[in-house]
Ligand binder design. Structure first.
Ligand code: ASP
Ligand code: MG
Length: 412
């Protein structure tokens, strides 16, 4: 019957009662004859609470210590779920990331999985055990036995997909508090609809754009390893949404979904000398500080200077400005301006490649609603606009309607 990997997020294991409920679901999976690896997140808001504890001790805690702290959350939930399973007669073994031989690089707080030793896992599975693995953590293969790392917030999805790829699982089910992937976040757009199916590429764009239902790295990992994902609710029964290789059908729809990201700041670097090396130096230094730059807009002045604006996560804006200020002498720009309180709204769909007019619809919709557009970026299958954050909800609802998603038959 093969191995099934199931991942349960923080809300699905938030209380003892819910942990018991998850145990019952896992038991049913076993009874259908599957071997099972269960990946869990920390209970409820545990990770946020741990972050809060850290900030009370230190404004800039070291990433290594943060990893040490945050990984403790998942250690609690794997032990409790394992006990719940044993209590209903299911043989289990809880494993931390390092016990599951999930090896990562050494970028604390944002580590990437480099390898997983599937033999260890298969060995336990063949003994008839359910493996309950801590999400979001791994360890480096260091000289002194390795360092504990985390994969970045929301990283348990990635753990699940990577494990599914490593053991060649028949299915990777992501259980969450919503019953699938929607055309937009239903809390913002009440008329959003659940999709039965979505392609890896579309899902990757949506996840990158802030659709919190799946972690972007998880989708990337699923695409690279051709692991089919099923996103389902842990509270209700239902088909959920399949994330898989795209079919031709979906190309009939210009726009598949819209997403918003509320964590956006714009940084403007004014009066940068028009030298060929300036852009590369600027962004190389930001990259070295592990600051993810999103949209970049460059405008040249006639004379010797240019202005460059780029967007970053708001929480990284201060760090980005520090990096820039350190290079001011080297680069010789005039000044840096930070604008916070922005949001990014995006429309995604594989059909955009063949259907013109998506940008026009988006700009017209926003302009008609009196919403200023601060930055724009496009790719083959998406278009994004940066707008003032206070307009996000209205903008999302209008754009969702404008692309016919409110009433459209989105199921395939
Ligand atoms: N517990 C971690 C977080 O809250 C990892 C996860 O939930 O995926 O970010
Ligand atoms: Mg999550």
């Amino acid at each position: 019957m093969g191995v099934v990997v199931q991942k349960y997020g923080g809300t699905s294991v938030a209380t003892i009662e819910r942990i018991r409920h998850v145990a019952q679901r896992v038991k049913k999976t076993i009874e259908r004859g599957h071997q099972c690896i269960v990946v869990v997140s920390a209970m409820g808001k545990t990770t946020d609470e741990l972050v809060h504890l850290a900030t009370q001790i230190s404004k800039f805690p070291s990433q290594r210590e943060m990893d040490m702290l945050l990984t403790s959350g998942e250690q609690v939930s794997i032990a409790l779920l394992s006990m719940a399973l044993q209590g209903i007669g299911v043989p289990t073994r809880s494993l931390t990331g390092w016990q599951a031989a999930i090896e990562t690089d050494d970028v604390h707080g944002k580590a990437r999985i480099t390898s997983i030793n599937a033999e260890t896992l298969q060995h336990y599975l063949n003994q008839g055990e359910v493996l309950v693995v801590a999400g979001f953590q791994g360890s480096t293969n260091g000289d002194h036995g390795g360092e504990i790392t985390t994969l970045g917030r929301g990283g348990s999805d990635t753990t699940a997909v990577a494990l599914a790829a490593a053991v060649q699982a028949t299915c990777c089910e992501i259980y969450t508090d919503v019953d699938g992937v929607y055309t937009a976040d239903p809390r913002t757009v009440p008329k959003a609809q659940r999709l039965d199916e979505i392609s890896y590429d579309e899902m990757l764009e949506l996840a990158n754009l802030g659709a919190g239902v799946l972690h972007p790295r998880a989708v990337e990992c699923a695409k690279n390893n051709n692991v089919e994902l099923a996103v389902k609710s842990s509270f209700t029964e239902g088909r959920g949404t399949r994330v898989k290789e795209g079919s031709l059908m979906e190309r009939q729809l210009k726009v598949r979904g819209v997403a918003h990201d509320l964590d956006v700041a714009r940084i403007k670097v004014l009066g940068l000398p028009n030298r060929s090396d300036c852009l590369s130096v600027l962004f190389t230094d930001l990259a070295a500080a592990h600051i993810n730059v999103d949209i970049i807009v460059q405008s040249e002045h006639e004379a010797e200077t240019m202005d460059v604006s780029f967007s970053v996560q708001e929480k990284e804006a201060e760090r980005a400005v520090n990096v820039l200020n350190q290079q001011q002498d080297k680069l010789g720009f005039e000044r840096v301006i930070v604008e916070e309180g922005l949001a990014k709204l995006s429309a995604v769909g594989s059909g955009m490649v063949t259907h013109p007019g998506v940008a026009a619809t988006m700009f017209t919709t926003l302009t008609d609603a009196g919403i200023p557009i601060k930055m724009v970026s496009t790719s083959e299958i998406k278009i994004s606009c940066v707008i003032p954050r206070e307009h996000t909800e209205a903008a999302m609802q209008k754009v969702h309607s404008a692309f016919g998603l409110d009433a459209a038959k989105v199921e395939v």
